[in-house]
Design a protein around this ligand. Sequence first.
Ligand code: ADP
Ligand code: ADP
Ligand code: ZN
Length: 216
Amino acid sequence: MCDDRMRIILLGPPGAGKGTQAERLAARYNIPTISTGAMIRAEIRDGSELGKQTKKYIDEGQLVPDSIIMSIVESRLSKPDCAKGFILDGIPRTIPQAQKLDEMQIEPYTVLNIAVGDDEIVKRLGGRRVCATCGATYHETFNPPAKKGVCDACGETLSIRPDDAEETILKRLAVYHEQTEPLIAYYEKAGKLINILSEGGVEETAAAVQAALEVE
Ligand code: ADP
Ligand code: ADP
Ligand code: ZN
């Protein structure tokens, strides 16, 4: 794959490590990461109309409707910084979202499916700590900051995302299996899928991602 047109879709269950790998890929290839989850959380914090419309879905661990998501994605992808490539972190999450992306003709692109079992997901999301200021993500034990509870990058206090409560984690996993997992077959059929086994740690997964992209 040609570096200046690096277009990557990160697929996988909630908590698989998509955001963590996206941070590294964005720095390495100097391309933007598009995370609808992060964009919507910012809208909710700002109290915008879009934030008000979407908050209930996020709080309940449900997906935000396809029409809202795809209008956010379409306008973000039209910005000039996406011309040299981009990383879609957690988009698409449904077959209609994937079909809409295909209609938008973002080809060529590669789908990296970060495969992690449900038990490990519960551990990863249960220990996730985030920096609301700069977006950095940590894990209490698997990827801790240098100083407990403090962001390495910007020094702010880390927090737990409300939707990382155990009950909501289980709901999000059920939603994943029902609505997002069918995308694996969708992209496999299209010849775009690369599976990344992520039972190892952050570094091991990053090495697997790098190896997969170098073969492309
Ligand atoms: P995670 O990385 O833990 O999966 P995200 O930040 O990607 O979390 O998403 C958080 C929430 O935002 C999701 O549970 C869902 O409600 C909403 N969301 C984000 N992206 C999408 C999408 N592509 N389609 C529908 N809902 C989305
Ligand atoms: P996603 O964006 O898919 O929801 P994140 O990147 O936010 O996932 O990762 C979820 C949690 O798991 C975070 O606390 C992160 O530090 C941790 N994590 C990410 N990758 C790994 C890994 N390979 N091994 C162990 N923990 C990981
Ligand atoms: Zn920070």
